[in-house]
Ligand binder design. Structure first.
Ligand SMILES: Cc1cc2nc3c(=O)[nH]c(=O)nc-3n(C[C@H](O)[C@H](O)[C@H](O)COP(=O)(O)OP(=O)(O)OC[C@H]3O[C@@H](n4cnc5c(N)ncnc54)[C@H](O)[C@@H]3O)c2cc1C
Length: 366
């Protein structure tokens, strides 16, 4: 019998030969994990003292350097004796997902082919800022949408971009949607706001990737109005900027919130109250942040943009534990590009959703 001590967890855990993750789960510890099979890297931790026997199947997720530095996958290792380990992420008990009926209470068409939906679930639902829900209309397949509203709100707000040929997004573009029933399943996802981090927040929302980012920065600023938050609203052209007045109002309310619009395919012109950056968001990030060490970075939106920003952020010194991504796949069920998605998973390394949610390529920005 080995003893596992987990940093920031008050009680030592007994291990009877099972994996470290199995021990965590058996003791009700909210250790981060997803696939539990060595594929996603979500349960990455670091051994502070002691030794583990590590499964060889982790080669694609843990680099040789990480292994040398004591990083392990909790689902693929067993203690060789007493062990002290730390999780790379905060230990947070995620709210349980549940499936229930809801109704569309408002629907607003915005520029950039975006529909802002407000949905009232039959029962109040507890979620963390930045999580997503599956919405299922009529007899259509369910689709994931990130919640833009703050936790505690009665109604859930979603920003849905119309995708050409898309089943659900075309459906919500209909005029007579208010009053329609919708099945709401959630919350899901791990791109949520990390409350315990006190450093600066850098948030990047590409297209409707703004939705979860709004929820995250809204919750963070509500908790501490003076914290330093830099939001990059990434889009291609002016016509895609569908949420400018609200962001400008938020920036007026919070002096330490800076919001920039990064337009990757627009010609410079005097437009709107928010500052424009006529370049890719990665270029703005590199210009503004000589180092991202100590910051938390949240990125949501098109997978290609998320991957590009993640690469830049790591070059700027962002620690792996401070990167939280929410790539939208506009063809999640079509498995369009397995090669790309496995690349992103390997890179991000702390991905906690099944691989199918990474399939597909969106190009709202870039
Ligand atoms: C975690 C997460 C959060 C998300 N949050 C948001 C959000 O907040 N806002 C938002 O707008 N989107 C979000 N998305 C994307 C969203 O879930 C949908 O993928 C998107 O709205 C398109 O759904 P749809 O039913 O309209 O399109 P689909 O019917 O899924 O079609 C999508 C595209 O695939 C094509 N296609 C359809 N069938 C096939 C097929 N068999 N093979 C190949 N291609 C096909 C279509 O022509 C279309 O171009 C999120 C995705 C994820 C994974």
């Amino acid at each position: 019998m080995a003893r596992i001590e987990l940093k920031d967890w008050p009680i030592p855990l007994e291990n009877g030969g099972e994996t470290v993750l199995e021990t965590m789960i058996a003791h009700g510890v909210p250790f981060p994990y997803s696939c539990a099979s060595g594929d996603c890297g979500a349960c990455k931790g670091r051994v502070l003292c002691g030794e583990v026997a590590h499964d060889s199947a982790t080669a694609g997720i843990l680099s040789a350097t990480e292994r040398a530095d004591g990083y392990v996958l909790a689902c693929r290792c067993t203690p060789k004796g007493d062990l002290r380990i730390e999780a790379l992420d905060e230990l947070v008990a995620l709210p349980a997902a549940r499936r229930q009926r809801g109704w569309v209470v408002s629907r607003q068409h915005r520029q950039g082919d975006v529909v802002v939906l407000r949905v009232k679930p039959a029962k109040p639902v507890h979620y963390l800022a930045g999580q997503f829900f599956y919405l299922k209309f009529d007899n259509l397949p369910q689709r994931a949408y990130s919640v833009a509203s703050l936790p505690g709100a009665d109604e859930l707000e979603f920003h849905v971009r119309l995708v050409e040929g898309g089943k659900t997004s075309s459906y919500v573009s209909r005029d007579n949607l208010v009053g329609s029933e919708v099945t709401v399943d959630g919350p899901h996802g791990h791109g949520y706001w990390r409350q315990n981090h006190g450093g600066p927040i850098v948030a990047i929302g590409g297209g409707t990737g703004l939705a979860p980012v709004l929820s995250i920065i809204g919750a963070a600023l509500a908790a501490n109005a003076h914290r330093h938050v830099h939001l990059y609203y990434a889009a291609r052209v002016e016509a895609d900027v569908y949420w400018e007045a609200e962001l400008a109002a938020l920036a007026r309310q919070y002096p330490n919130l800076r919001v920039d619009c990064a337009l990757s395919r627009a010609e410079p012109s005097e437009q709107g109250p928010l500052p424009r950056r006529y370049q890719r968001v990665t270029a703005s990030l590199a210009q503004d942040w000589p180092s991202l060490a100590g910051a938390k970075l949240y990125i949501a939106g098109p997978p290609k943009m998320v991957e590009a920003v993640a690469v830049t952020a790591r070059e700027l010194g962002l620690a792996a534990r401070d990167l939280h991504t929410d790539p939208f796949s506009d063809a999640a069920d079509h498995k369009l590009d397995g090669a790309f998605t496995s690349g992103l998973r390997r890179f991000v390394g702390r991905w906690r959703r099944p691989p199918f949610e990474l399939a597909g390529l969106a190009t709202q920005e870039g």
